[in-house]
Design a protein around this ligand. Structure first.
Ligand SMILES: [Ca+2]
Length: 212
């Protein structure tokens, strides 16, 4: 192996090493459950709007929470949940990031008995505010996948589901395939390209000196 190849191999190892440092975190490691959330051994989760006080049967040992208890538990700002929200559940991640990450997951939204006047909704929140609506219940199950990128720093991420217009009905949000992966920063690419350019320059300079 010539020196250029050794340099390239070393550079590649250094680059992947820095990216792999944060690692890809599968499943729900580090996430906190709020309300009625059933965690499965395969890393998937079932979030429902079932509460014992509403005459419903939760999937877990805990009931869905009313909106005014749900907001602080999911680290949402007061009033972050819309005025038609009643009770719900969710997952929250509080994280301190040294580098950007991408959070990705698949979701399925369904309801026990569809009523057009009570379209329960699934949401995603970052740093205390809702940033996206995954969907509202339909007569059939809805599926989708979602991913978002978080910048370096301190963040809270919440995803959940709430009853709309009353505490009635039980809706379900299934989450699977959740991963937290490192995202290369522009600076990382610049460093890698700079390193490769340097290697190329060394290789060019050596060429006239023969076969080494
Ligand atoms: Ca309910």
């Amino acid at each position: 192996m010539n020196r250029t190849l050794v340099l390239l191999a070393g550079l590649a190892a250094a680059a992947t090493g820095s990216l792999a440092h944060a690692g890809t975190v599968p499943g729900l490691t580090g996430w906190t459950t709020v309300g009625d959330v059933l965690l499965n051994s395969d890393g998937s989760a079932l979030i429902t709007t079932a509460a014992v006080d509403s005459g419903e049967t939760p999937a877990s040992a805990h009931s869905a929470l009313l909106f005014d208890a749900l907001e602080p538990a999911l680290q949402l700002a007061p009033g972050a949940l819309p005025g038609d929200s009643y009770e719900g559940s969710g997952l929250v991640l509080q994280t301190q990031l040294a580098a950007p990450v991408r959070i990705s997951f698949n979701w399925t939204l369904s309801t026990d008995s569809f009523d057009a006047g009570y379209r329960d909704r699934a949401f995603l929140a970052v740093d205390g505010q809702l940033v996206g609506e995954l969907g509202e219940v339909q007569p059939f199950a809805l599926n989708g996948s979602y991913s978002l990128t978080l910048s370096a720093g301190s963040h809270s991420v919440a995803l959940g589901l709430f009853d709309v217009n009353s505490t009635d009905l039980v809706s379900r949000l299934a989450i699977s395939g959740l991963t937290v992966s490192p995202v290369p920063e522009p600076g990382t690419y610049a460093l890698m390209l700079g390193g490769l350019a340097g290697v190329a320059l060394v290789a060019r300079r050596r060429r006239p000196s023969g076969r080494g």
